[in-house]
Design a binder for this molecule. Structure first.
Ligand SMILES: Nc1ncnc2c1ncn2[C@@H]1O[C@H](COP(=O)(O)OP(=O)(O)O)[C@@H](O)[C@H]1O
Ligand SMILES: [Mg+2]
Length: 565
């Protein structure tokens, strides 16, 4: 409801149009009654033309007002949906990384698009026609009762039945519609996942299996829709039957009243004329009720998403991070994604400008340490401090502005090379972009591309090799010029022949910045100021390459294994 406030003027104007359009659009049966009783039966020739003209002009005014009303109110509806969709997007963007892990992207898309679309139908057509149909019904009932209250009651009585039917129907379909929307979300998620994983599907020749799996989820959706169709095909005909009952009863009783002289023939014609306009809103309201049930199902999915708590939020008194040196500290950090702890009582300090390497078997918790630095997750126990400020007490925006992250798999947006390099600093000049590309050893291959820096790189940069993508992401990091660098297996998905060029670029990038790097490649790790060795979420060793080799612990074992083969 607070959503409606900004549009109250438009809504008021729309309702005003509505108020006048209903009597005008439903005026003609009265004129028909007049023509029968006062023109035809009294052979009053000269009143025929004026009566017809009156009928036509009132109807015309009604139609024009109706058009205005729909135009105004439908636009308000569209605006509401526009705001809602953007709010859903912003909510998703504020959500933590773990939220996006826990929910299927396809389902989120289906909530943000499909479910919001269903709400759109109601917001655009529904609210407008609920009000107009309701008032039309009231207006006509009023006229019918005034003309002859006994006959009016006979005509209106069966309508009560419609309300009972509608109630029954709503109860039945409510669950069905929610389940249909959820199943559509599953279909969407399946589609989205399969499209992203097409390479694997084709690579393992699993098309028949995936086809069957897709069929299974769509079949499930189909069956739910069938049940909804069954409910509908009982409900709507029943409503129509009730309408006929009302029509037949009122005509029969009306004819009787005319014959015993208590009602005029013109009155009966008027009644007959009002049957359709009276019944139309009823069947419309029945349909709108159905639409509302659908909207409620879709709406509950949208609002579920909007009401989700945001796991990572700025503290109410969060201040911008004051970062001057770049000292990082973990104090007794314990963290788990679910049940099993991924980090246990991890403490270390890194001095400004140091290069720190995190090593250990896979699953030891190295990436998890990196995830806690920009606050992608919050630890359950302990603290992460940057220049002695708890990351929980500073704003996320200021915190993250001091990092650049290079991951194993680089994500590149659809766009040009220069747009992708500029991503962290859109206002950088072209010279700065070129300089960053040079520093990242990317300038050469960019120059060889068809349009140089303006070359479009496709969906997730598929047209580039792993090493080229990585060099673009290093250029991106150079341009962002952060105090703290996070490198997670930066050379893992890179062709061996470009590994050396990338290591060179990384060494340039690390200069003067506090750097965290995880790597299986000892060539990158060996030169670190400090190496922290993890095993099963705990720190087991710490020191320089020399010290750790001398200690003959896990590090030296891993090192020898790699050197041996
Ligand atoms: N998003 C996640 N959800 C649940 N468990 C996770 C998630 N990411 C990592 N883990 C688990 O946390 C542990 C540490 O993982 P990670 O930090 O990625 O290890 P490393 O980077 O050292 O290979 C592993 O047991 C892993 O299975
Ligand atoms: Mg990892």
């Amino acid at each position: 409801m607070p959503y409606l406030l900004p549009y109250w003027r438009t809504i008021a104007l729309g309702l005003l149009c509505l108020l006048f359009s209903i009597p005008a659009a439903n005026f003609h049966p009265l004129v028909w009654g007049y023509i029968v009783d006062h023109v035809i039966l009294k052979h009053n020739f000269k009143m025929l033309i004026p009566a017809v003209i009156l009928m036509f002009s009132v109807q015309l005014v009604g139609t024009i007002l109706e058009a205005f009303r729909s135009n105004l109110l439908e636009k308000v509806g569209q605006r509401l949906i526009f705001r809602l969709r953007n709010e859903v997007y912003q909510k998703l963007q504020r959500q933590s990384i773990s939220y996006l892990h826990d929910n299927r992207i396809g389902d989120l898309i289906s909530r943000a698009m499909g479910d919001v679309d269903v709400l759109q139908n109601v917001a655009v057509q529904g609210s407008d026609s609920i009000i107009s149909n309701f008032f039309t019904f009231i207006f006509i009932s009023f006229i019918l009762i005034r003309m002859n209250w006994k006959l009016g009651l006979v005509a209106l009585f069966p309508i009560g039945l419609v309300f009972l039917l509608t109630k029954q129907f709503s109860i039945r379909v409510k669950k069905l519609y929610r389940s249909a929307r959820d199943k559509l979300g599953v279909v969407n998620a399946r589609l989205q996942e399969n499209l992203s994983g097409m390479l694997v599907i084709k690579g393992f020749a699993q098309e028949p299996y995936e086809t069957q799996r897709f069929k299974d989820v769509t079949e499930d959706y189909l069956q739910t829709n069938f049940r909804a169709i069954n409910a509908r095909s009982i409900f709507f005909p029943s409503v129509r039957v009730v309408g006929f009952v009302s029509n037949v009863l009122s005509l029969a009783y009306g004819s009787y009243l005319v014959m015993i002289g208590q009602f005029t023939l013109g009155g009966l014609v008027t009644y007959r004329g009002y049957w359709a306009p009276l019944f139309f809103p009823i069947s419309q309201l029945a349909q709108i009720n159905e639409m509302l049930q659908r909207a409620q199902a879709a709406g509950s999915r949208v609002f579920e998403l909007l009401d989700q708590e945001e796991l990572i939020q700025d503290a109410p008194d969060a201040k911008p991070l004051q970062l001057t040196r770049g000292k990082v500290e973990f104090r007794h950090v314990t963290f788990s994604y679910g049940v099993k702890p991924a980090l246990q009582d991890v403490s270390f300090i890194t001095e400004p400008g140091q290069m720190v390497a995190l090593v250990g078997p896979s699953g030891a918790g190295k990436t998890t340490v990196l995830n806690l630095l920009p606050r992608f997750y919050d630890p359950q126990e302990g603290e992460v401090l940057i220049d002695d400020q708890n990351v929980r007490c500073v704003t996320q925006a200021s915190l993250r502005s001091h990092y650049a992250i290079v991951q194993q798999e680089t994500f590149l947006f659809n766009g040009t090379v220069v747009e992708n390099i500029r991503y962290g600093r859109p206002d950088a000049s072209f010279e700065e972009v070129e300089e960053a590309a040079r520093a990242a050893n990317a300038a050469d291959f960019i120059r060889e591309m068809p349009n140089g820096y303006d070359t479009e790189i496709g969906e997730r940069g598929v047209k580039l090799s792993g090493g080229q993508k990585q060099r673009l992401s290093i250029a991106r990091a150079f341009l962002a010029n952060p105090k703290i660098l996070i490198l997670d297996e930066p050379t893992s998905s890179v062709e061996p022949e470009s590994e050396w060029i990338i290591i060179q670029a990384l060494e340039r990038l690390m200069k003067g910045r506090t750097t965290f790097v995880t790597s299986h490649r000892f060539s990158l790790v060996r030169g670190a100021d400090k190496i922290i060795v993890f095993e099963q979420g705990r720190i087991v060793e710490e020191g320089t390459h020399k010290q750790l080799m001398a200690a003959k612990g896990l590090y030296s074992t891993m090192y020898r294994q790699q050197m041996a083969g």
